[in-house]
Design a protein around this ligand. Structure first.
Ligand SMILES: [Mg+2]
Length: 228
């Protein structure tokens, strides 16, 4: 019987990315307090994030609370956000159960975009190394985000690393702007998970050729749509 390979996206597919951002805000806020005497900005930063304002957030916080800050301060503030060590992260409960269920069917994989060192911290914090036969950090495949999704190369690498001819592949992700173009083109099954929870990124536009074949509100519904 051909094996089934479940391949997952990471951020907002297996755990809430908002939680990682808040851990970063705590780290950045500690830096701001120590360096600039700015206090208690985590809640304010979180409200701005929930208002869809991640890009300008760091600059706005310093403008409000430390108007004499320099460009170097702003850079260091942002860096403290990215530097968060030992983030406390938890899998979505339905994601933890889906991983338990599907590791019986065949080797599984993870394909994730983003700064490699940051993504690796998330993987470690969630205890995911042992769960996956292969983890592809697209950032590690080449410079300047050249092989970020929707590029097909991370998916091709995954198939050659863990698959055999005749195997079935499923990619599960949350972002139709980039997650499903390559798997659709390669004959994989594509599943969008769209949970009702606060998200960092607004629901993305669907890329050409990137419409998911299935949409679920929880990974608990995967066996229903996949038939196993
Ligand atoms: Mg994602």
């Amino acid at each position: 019987m051909p094996r089934l390979h479940m391949i997952f996206d990471l951020d907002d597919t297996l755990y809430p990315e908002r939680d990682f951002a808040i851990e970063g805000f705590r780290s950045a806020a500690r830096w701001a307090e120590q360096t600039l005497g700015v206090r208690d900005v985590v809640e304010e930063m979180t409200e701005m994030l929930d208002g869809g304002m991640l890009g300008q957030l760091f600059q706005v916080i310093l403008e409000r609370h430390a108007p004499d800050h320099t460009a170097e301060h702003l850079a260091a503030f942002r860096e403290a956000y990215r530097r968060v060590d030992d983030p406390r992260l938890t899998l979505f409960p339905d994601a933890a159960r889906a991983l338990d269920h599907y590791e019986r069917h065949g080797p599984m994989g993870l394909i994730t975009d983003g700064t490699r060192a940051v993504q690796a911290k998330k993987v470690a914090a969630l205890g995911l190394e042992a769960r996956f036969a292969r983890i592809v950090f697209t950032d590690a495949l080449g410079p300047n985000r050249a092989y970020f999704k929707p590029h097909p190369r991370p998916f091709e690498e995954m198939a050659s690393a863990i698959g055999a001819p005749g195997d079935r592949y499923v990619y599960v992700g949350d972002n139709p702007a980039k997650d499903f173009v390559a798997p659709n083109a390669m004959g994989w099954t594509s599943v969008l998970v769209h949970r009702p929870h606060p998200r960092i990124h607004d629901v993305a536009k669907v890329a050409a050729g990137g419409a998911p074949q299935h949409t679920v509100e929880s990974l608990a519904a995967l066996p229903d749509v996949l038939g196993r």
